[in-house]
Design a protein around this ligand. Structure first.
Ligand SMILES: [Mg+2]
Length: 95
């Protein structure tokens, strides 16, 4: 699991506080779509070299998505309760 330091969170807060909700939602949608595209591209990579490059691109987009999720949490509030419920359901149902 990656860790987000207090300093990194400060940077995210500084930026997101300058943004309106519309801009944060737009950015989140863009980043989620970019990750989706790169994940799908991984499925058609034929060589290991291409595969490794694609994994690097996916990690880059995962970082963008993680930042976007932090933005959304700042805008919409903490989602710990929802997260905990999902994990409990995973433990029970396994899906
Ligand atoms: Mg991106």
């Amino acid at each position: 699991m990656i860790l987000i330091s207090d300093n990194q969170l400060d940077v995210i807060h500084l930026i997101v506080n300058k943004w309106g909700q519309h801009q944060s939602i737009t950015r989140a949608c863009e980043e989620l779509n970019e990750l989706s595209v790169d994940l799908l591209k991984l499925l058609r990579k034929n060589s290991f070299a291409d595969y490794d490059k694609q994994i690097d691109k996916i990690k880059d987009e995962m970082a963008d998505v993680r930042i976007a999720l932090e933005h959304l949490e700042i805008k919409f509030g903490n989602y710990q309760k929802e997260f905990d419920m999902k994990i409990e359901r995973l433990k029970v149902r396994g899906d």
